[in-house]
Structures are given as structure tokens and as C-alpha cells.
Design a protein around this ligand. Structure first.
Ligand code: CS2
Length: 498
């Protein structure tokens, strides 16, 4: 039998029996989905669900993976025929599954034309996205950041786009001209009302495009997107720590062949999708996906309870010297803080939506305690300015407007600012990054008071802009930042009675 030193179609049959391999003939798979942002999260989540569909005989939903920025994933996976190992880890056990749902892989900056060709292919009926919060290019007020260099570029060069906005609008215009029905756009990022949010941003982009292209453009593209393209919202959930070299070495040892980029994850996996796919979809409900009319309650619960406490654990963990989520969560003060944070956020969730927050938070506590994941606090700390609005600020504002004093939620905002300030001092220089880093560093250099810092950061990040509770939110945050600067997290926990 032919053997190979790395994972590939040719080496699949020689893998040890304990490794699950694709249960279908990959040559029969036809691409039906284009996925923008083929990072580890996509490969642990949507690609695994699609793998199950393919194995059940729904062979026309293969994935074309697109990286909007770097060539890393393509370079790692193309020699492996798109195959990679998903390592499902819990304290003491590891299940290995080779996923085969990603066929072709494209790198947008190298060949935007090839990406547009995949998007305009009539077989493509769904375009999914996991491009991270910051790639939606929202301005502080929530609308499109029309001054962003990439938006400016894409409006001037519609045939050579860089952004998801540019690719989707150009592809939709070409499909419309060719008489091909539009694809459904399925946003899978951690944004509130993510489908509707992307829909709104694309309409705004298309309006600018219509105006700038004038007679040369596709008259009425914005209108077409507004009325004829579907943007279901979805809630995605699976914890995916970044793969380390030690993971690679361990997986190679297990497989007997190299895998350049295996993905680590936990057993838990959830996907709740608004059922609005005019162009068809896989029968996801048969493979554990919850298809619903309204995703909002699930989305709010996940963003405010899971992601909100994740950010809290990340920043308070970093300030307390904990490198991973499980270590931070084992710290009794942080554990007690997270319980209090949940108690503060839960009243902001919809009442009559059947949410079981007791069960949900108990399950979260189990997931955060998974010692096999080694999920780094610094990984979650990235892009706080983009994450905190929907994870923390929204609940804090609602609590203030309901007459409460959200001491715990506001501590998370202060801890984010303090952790940013700690970089280059008690934390390594670029331990985590944020799109606002240049401005944050400039505030740091001016040695502003806590009140001045909070006011500047809120203004810059657009936190709670225009909300009546804005001043109160800043005051509570300032008090925490003062104390964090003066005496560190332990003193703040004591002041909170923890
Ligand atoms: C995390 C998320 O990095 C982060 O900001 O909070 O990636 C989290 O692990 C996922 O949303 C879990 O589904």
C-alpha cells in the first residue's frame, strides 16, 4: 500500500483504527458552500457539522475555504488535500477525527478573482463567515467605518476587493447580472443579531458603491441586497484554543503521519441557526443543529454569559497571573466573581424564551474547568474593544437603566483597560492586541487619571454611545480602574465582598 509521511487522501487508510476518518468518498463531493475565514474555529465547528452531512450522503455541500488575509492555513492544508485532525479533548480523554469537508482553499489577497469565481459559481448556495468581530469594520456608533482604508479601497476597486463587504457585494452583483439566484449569507461570528448586523453593513456598503460607481455600476444593488438576499442569524459555540507545537507533535505521534495544522477543541458543540435559506441548505437539524425562527435569546445568553465571563476570566486572570482559563477559573476569587457576574447579567436576558440559565451556567463552569484545553487567557484578551460592547457593556447599560449598580460588569471593562496598561510592564509587550492599540498606547503615554482614561477609551471605542446610562457606566468603571491601578485585583475582590 502507498504510504505518505503526512496526512492526505493517500494516507487516510493507514491511520490507526482509533482515528475516525471521513465516512464518504471525497471524490464525489461537490462544493456548495464558500466559507470566508477558515481559521481554527471554523474547522472545529461548521466544517465538522458539514462533515456529518457529507457522510449522510448530502454530497453537494462541500466547502471551499477562503482566507481573507494570510496564506498559512492554505499552505498547511493544501498538501494534505484539505484534511486535518480535530482533537476533541476533555480532562483525561482525547478523541481524534479527521475532517474532510474542506476541498479547495483560496487566499483572497493572492487571487481575488478566484474567490469571486467561487462566490459566483451557481453551485454555491451558502456563504458562511467567521472573520472575527473586527473584520466587520464597524465604526464606533455601529454603522460601517466608511473611513477605513480597506473600505475606501474596495469602493474604488470593486473587482479587486479586500474585505468581506467588497467580495460579497461584487459577487451578488455578478450573480444578479448572470441571472443566478443570490446565495444565502450565514454569519457565524460572535456579534449580536449577527445576520441582521451584516445585512445592514452590506446595504450601507452597497449604497456607497451604487453612488460611487454611478452609471458604471449595478443600479439598485443596495435595494437588491435589502430585499432579495437572506442573512439568517446564527449562534455558534465551541471553545477552540490555538494549536501549539506540542499539540502538533502529539497528534503526529498518534496518527503516525504529520498533520501541519490539527485543531484542538472541547466535546461541547452548539449551533443555533435562523431557518431562512431560500436557496436550500443541508438537513442540519439531523446533525445536532437547532433550526429556529429567532436566534436572539440564544445569542444573548451565549454572548452575555459565556463570552462575557470569558473576557472577565481573561483580563482578571491576566492581572492575577493566570495563563489559562482553567487555572484562572480554579482561583476561588475569580470563580466567585464569575458567579456574581452571571447573577448580574442574567436579569438582562429575555424572560419568556425558555432559557435555562441554571443549567447553562453549570455547564459553562464545567467547560471552563477543562484542564486538557489550556486555553490561554491572552488569546481571549485580543480585540477587547470589539468584543466588550456585546459581551459586557450592553448588559451593564441595561442594568443601570433598570436602576441597578452593575459593580461586576463594570469591573470587567476596568480590568480590560488595566490589562492593556499592564502590557510592557507586568505583562509582555504584545501579549495580546487590539485594533485600537496605537490610540491606547498614546493615552498611556500621557499618564491620564483613571477618569480621563475611561472617558477617552469610551469615546474612542464608542462604548454605550448615546445611552442615558453612559455617565454612570463611566463612573463605576473609573472607580474600579482607580483601585486596580492602586492595589490590584485582590483588593477589588475584597471590596466587592469576594
Ligand atoms: C472567546 C471565544 O476568544 C474569545 O473571545 O470568548 O472565542 C469563545 O471561546 C467562543 O465564542 C466559544 O464558542
Amino acid at each position: 500500500m502507498m504510504t505518505s509521511s503526512h496526512l492526505s487522501d493517500a494516507s487516510l487508510q493507514s491511520l490507526p483504527e482509533r482515528v475516525t476518518i471521513p465516512g464518504y468518498d471525497r471524490r464525489e463531493v461537490v462544493p456548495g458552500i464558500v466559507h470566508l475565514g477558515v481559521g481554527a474555529f471554523h474547522r472545529a465547528h461548521q466544517a465538522a457539522y458539514v462533515d456529518d452531512c457529507l457522510a449522510a450522503g448530502e454530497t453537494d455541500w462541500g466547502i471551499v475555504g477562503v482566507s481573507l488575509r494570510s496564506a498559512d492555513t492554505r499552505d498547511a492544508l493544501t498538501p494534505q488535500d484539505g484534511l486535518y485532525t480535530l482533537a476533541i479533548r476533555s480532562s483525561g480523554t482525547e478523541k481524534l477525527q479527521v475532517i474532510g469537508s474542506i476541498g479547495a482553499m483560496l487566499v483572497a489577497p493572492e487571487d481575488p478573482g478566484a474567490v469571486l469565481a467561487a462566490l459566483t459559481d451557481p453551485r454555491t448556495r451558502i456563504v458562511m463567515l467567521t472573520i472575527t468581530e473586527k473584520a466587520y469594520l464597524r465604526a464606533a456608533g455601529g454603522g460601517l467605518d466608511t473611513a477605513h482604508a480597506d473600505i475606501v479601497h474596495d469602493l474604488a476597486n470593486p473587482k479587486m476587493p479586500k474585505t468581506a463587504h467588497g467580495f460579497l457585494t461584487e459577487a451578488l452583483t455578478r450573480r444578479r447580472a448572470a441571472g443566478t439566484p443570490p446565495f444565502t449569507v450565514l454569519c457565524c461570528d460572535n456579534l449580536p443579531a449577527n445576520g441582521a448586523t451584516l445585512h445592514r453593513l452590506l446595504i450601507e456598503f452597497a449604497e456607497l458603491r451604487d453612488a460611487s460607481l454611478g452609471a458604471k455600476g449595478d443600479a439598485g444593488l443596495a435595494n437588491h441586497i435589502a430585499h432579495h438576499v437572506s442573512f439568517p442569524s446564527s449562534m455558534v459555540d465551541r471553545i477552540v484554543p490555538a494549536t501549539t507545537d506540542a499539540d502538533r507533535a502529539r497528534i503526529a505521534e498518534e496518527l503516525g503521519v504529520e498533520d501541519a495544522w490539527p485543531v484542538m477543541t472541547e466535546p461541547f458543540c452548539q449551533w443555533v441557526v435562523e431557518d431562512n435559506f431560500p436557496g436550500g441548505r443541508p438537513a442540519w437539524e439531523q446533525f445536532g443543529v437547532t433550526m429556529v425562527d429567532d436566534v436572539r435569546p440564544y445569542e444573548d445568553m451565549k454572548l452575555r454569559l459565556l463570552n462575557g465571563s470569558h473576557s472577565a476570566i481573561a483580563y482578571l486572570g491576566l492581572l492575577s497571573g493566570h495563563a489559562t482559563v482553567d487555572r484562572a477559573f480554579a482561583d476561588p476569587a475569580i470563580r466567585a466573581f464569575v458567579d456574581a457576574l452571571w447573577a448580574e447579567a442574567i436579569p438582562t436576558l429575555p424572560r419568556n424564551a425558555g432559557l435555562d440559565t441554571v443549567r447553562y451556567t453549570a455547564e459553562l463552569a464545567k467547560r471552563f474547568s477543562n484542564t486538557a484545553l489550556a486555553h490561554r487567557t491572552a488569546q481571549i484578551a485580543n480585540d477587547g474593544s470589539q468584543k466588550l460592547p456585546q459581551r459586557i457593556v450592553a448588559s451593564a447599560i441595561e442594568r443601570i437603566e433598570a436602576g441597578a449598580v452593575p459593580e461586576h460588569l463594570t469591573l470587567v471593562i476596568a480590568a480590560w483597560i488595566a490589562a492593556c496598561e499592564a502590557r510592557g510592564k507586568t505583562l509582555p509587550e504584545s501579549h495580546f492586541t487590539d485594533p485600537l492599540d496605537a490610540a491606547l498606547a498614546a493615552f498611556g503615554a500621557r499618564h491620564l487619571s483613571a477618569a480621563e482614561t475611561v472617558a477617552s477609551v469610551f469615546e474612542l471605542a464608542g462604548f454605550a454611545k448615546g445611552d442615558p446610562g453612559h455617565e454612570r457606566l463611566m463612573d463605576l468603571t473609573t472607580a474600579h480602574l482607580e483601585q486596580l491601578r492602586r492595589s490590584g485585583p485582590a483588593a477589588v475582590f475584597t471590596a466587592l465582598g469576594i
